[in-house]
Design a protein around this ligand. Structure first.
Ligand code: SF4
Length: 232
């Protein structure tokens, strides 16, 4: 499989220590993506190598988070990792762009927590990331919400030059989920070099935008490099 790296994290799976596995590959090229190296990985790593990393960390972790890249790009391998993690009684989380609703449906019963990117209002995807995939993302959220045992998070990276506070309100009005997270844009190593000059939104600004959409969700969080993950 195309495999990037792993880290241990205390913020990727609320309240749990997780092993985060970054899977390679993604068909999108979001201008603000800072994982270009991971999405372009060519070399193959065997699944058994990945299982060994899980085994090695087993005594420290409660959960496995599979991120990317786009994990659903490698559906077979993703499914194997989820089955293996479940066999070890670990909880599972998948981070996805939501562009593969049919693939998501195939694995959702193995997923305790799914985090789906809502990169733009659904009708603005083409304008923002160059691909008209808003309807697929919408369908993925519906599939995730139908899965009774899956906690559903939707999250948006707030890029000031591409999104406005009104866009965030439009997104909030159009989705249903257990939790919504507004993430701080980082301007380093982004695919679109012109975004390197865009100022990183400050935490106060993000909290103010998050405050306006609190009424639409049970939980709203703001994720910044300064303060980590905070309830808005
Ligand atoms: S931000 Fe996510 S969906 Fe977009 S190109 Fe990067 S890995 Fe793919």
């Amino acid at each position: 499989m195309k495999f990037g790296s792993t880290i241990i994290s205390s913020i990727e799976f609320n309240g749990k220590i997780s092993l985060v596995i970054f899977m390679g590959g993604c068909p999108l090229r979001c201008p603000f993506c800072h994982n270009e190296e991971i999405i372009k990985i060519e070399e193959d790593t065997s699944l058994s190598e990945v299982f060994k990393i899980i085994d090695k960390n087993l005594e420290y972790i409660d959960a496995v988070v599979i991120s990317g890249g786009e994990p659903l790009y490698q559906l077979t391998e993703l499914k194997e990792i989820l089955i293996y993690s479940k066999s070890l009684l670990l909880e599972t989380k998948v981070d996805t762009s939501g562009i593969y609703p049919n693939k998501l449906e195939e694995i959702i019963n193995l997923v305790d927590y799914v985090s789906i990117d809502v990169k733009a209002p659904f009708n603005k995807y083409k304008e923002l990331i160059g691909e008209n995939v808003g309807e697929d993302v919408k369908k993925s959220i519906e599939i995730a919400n139908k899965s009774k045992n899956t906690y559903v998070e939707c999250r948006t990276t707030y890029v000031p030059s591409l999104l406005s506070p009104e866009d965030i309100e439009d997104i909030a009005k159009s989705i249903e989920c257990d939790e919504y997270t507004l993430q701080q844009f980082r301007n380093q190593n982004v695919i679109d070099k012109s975004l390197r000059d865009v100022e990183i939104p400050n935490p106060i600004e993000l909290k103010s935008i998050a405050g306006k959409v609190k009424k639409y969700f049970k939980v709203v969080r703001v994720k910044t490099s300064e303060f980590g993950c905070e309830i808005a």
